[in-house]
Design a protein around this ligand. Structure first.
Ligand SMILES: [Zn+2]
Length: 232
């Protein structure tokens, strides 16, 4: 009986914690955007592992630092493992929110529960060890997620965050102008926009200043995912 009461109490505490984080009574399992009635937009940057030895595009980060743009950085464990000093530097910048992007960047929906949990827990532990921070948000690799994976993420203390606007910065066939036009045309209040911070020869650092100033001119405020999803 005491055990049941204890479990109920624990569940209530968890529910109460999540309701202080997110607007609305029933928080969705997977967030693709924030409140549409506001003017906040979150720029997010995935650090996917690559086969390159230098997989950090510091130009992207330099633009964000120079323009003082808050951003959420979704780090894969492999990337952090290969770039611990860069991870530490990024985590030490107050404008950046450090988030999780799995360990080996697998297709999570194809993996069994045990493997999914291992991916998530190992990334959490590594980021905590390197930065002292425990991520609250998880972005599934390849934008592939289902309720099962999102529930496992929630069990690990992670809120699953997708996006409603893909910048296309990783597409070698898109010109910088097309990327800029597309983002500025499609961004709405509450948008979560995805970019990448690993170096793969695309146009991301080139397009960022135009996109940042364009969004600000339209009256949008750039915030982290945590700020975007915070209860008013
Ligand atoms: Zn990725």
């Amino acid at each position: 009986m005491y055990f049941i009461r204890f479990v109920l109490l624990a569940v209530l505490i968890v529910l109460n914690l999540s309701s202080t984080l997110f607007a609305g009574s029933a928080a969705p399992l997977i967030f693709e955007h924030g409140p549409r009635d506001g003017s906040k937009i979150a720029l997010t940057f995935d650090a996917c592992p690559t086969s390159r030895s230098d997989e950090y595009d510091e130009k992207v980060i330099n633009v964000l630092l120079a323009e003082k743009v808050p951003a959420t950085l979704f780090m894969s464990g492999r990337w952090v493992e290969k770039n611990p000093e860069k991870t530490k530097f990024l985590a030490s910048q107050p404008q950046f929110e450090i988030a999780a992007h799995s360990y080996y960047h697998p297709h999570m929906v194809e993996k069994d529960n045990e493997r999914v949990l291992r991916e998530l827990k190992r990334t959490q532990a590594l980021i905590k060890r390197v930065t002292g921070q425990t991520p609250h948000f998880f972005r599934p690799p390849f934008g592939e997620v289902d309720d099962r994976v999102a529930k496992l993420a929630a069990e690990t203390g992670l809120v699953t965050v997708q996006y409603d606007l893909a910048s296309g910065d990783a597409d070698p066939n898109l010109s910088p102008q097309r990327i800029e036009r597309g983002v500025l045309r499609d961004a709405r209040g509450g948008s979560i926009i995805v970019f990448h911070m690993n170096r793969n020869g695309m146009h991301k650092a080139e397009v960022l200043p135009v996109i940042i100033s364009g969004l600000r001119k339209k009256g949008f405020t750039l915030v982290t995912v945590g700020e975007l999803l915070k209860k008013k």
